[in-house]
Unconditional design. Structure first.
Length: 192
């Protein structure tokens, strides 16, 4: 029965009993029809938000009417889209330097990043993680649990190493202070 329900769950259109039997590896359409009746009984008894319906010459798993408005709200959330190169660059800076201020991100990127941060926060990949003690107490940004899920990481420490192994000369990697922040003191020049 579980394979039959799984087939109904992923189907985008009604499935005939013969097709259901084949997908669920059942002996024939009669067995599929018997299991469909049992599944419908279980759904009724448990108050499931789903119901097997016979429509358009086949069977389909549909949402029960009382759950319709809730499901519609879920489906009208912004569609997942790919991140632009600029958004990925901003996200990488946040991931590797977190917690990091907008000013630090902009210093590394060389361009403003307010829109990128807003976009990443809308996608729940980045969040405000607090404020610094610096003048004006700017926000610091960090990655979210959604970021870890999206990139298949168990924890932030699982990010791959960057630097010389990634083809970036070590001399171009800005030094970090003892708190993991970019060192704001410029290196001594030729005169001092």
């Amino acid at each position: 029965m579980a394979r039959l329900e799984a087939a109904l769950f992923i189907a985008r259109e009604p499935l005939s009993t013969r097709r259901l039997a084949k997908l669920a590896r059942l002996t024939d359409g009669t067995r599929a029809r018997t299991l469909l009746r049992e599944l419908l009984g279980l759904q009724e008894a448990s108050g499931s938000p789903f119901r097997v319906e016979q429509i358009a010459g086949g069977f389909q798993l549909l949402t029960r009417a009382p759950f319709g408005p809730w499901v519609r709200r879920l489906l009208t959330t912004p569609a997942e889209t790919r991140l632009s190169a600029a958004a990925l660059e901003t996200l990488a800076i946040v991931a590797y330097r977190q917690p990091v201020t907008r000013a630090d991100i902009e210093a590394i990127r060389g361009v403003g990043c307010e829109e990128m941060l807003r976009h990443l926060m809308e996608r729940d990949l980045v969040a405000v993680g607090g404020r610094t003690e610096d003048l004006g107490r700017p926000n610091v940004y960090q990655t979210t649990k959604r970021f870890l899920q999206a990139f298949g990481l168990a924890r932030i420490e699982d990010l791959p190493d960057i630097g010389p192994a990634a083809g970036v000369p070590e001399a171009q990697i800005p030094p970090l202070d003892r708190f993991g922040e970019p060192d704001r003191d410029p290196p001594p020049g030729p005169l001092g």
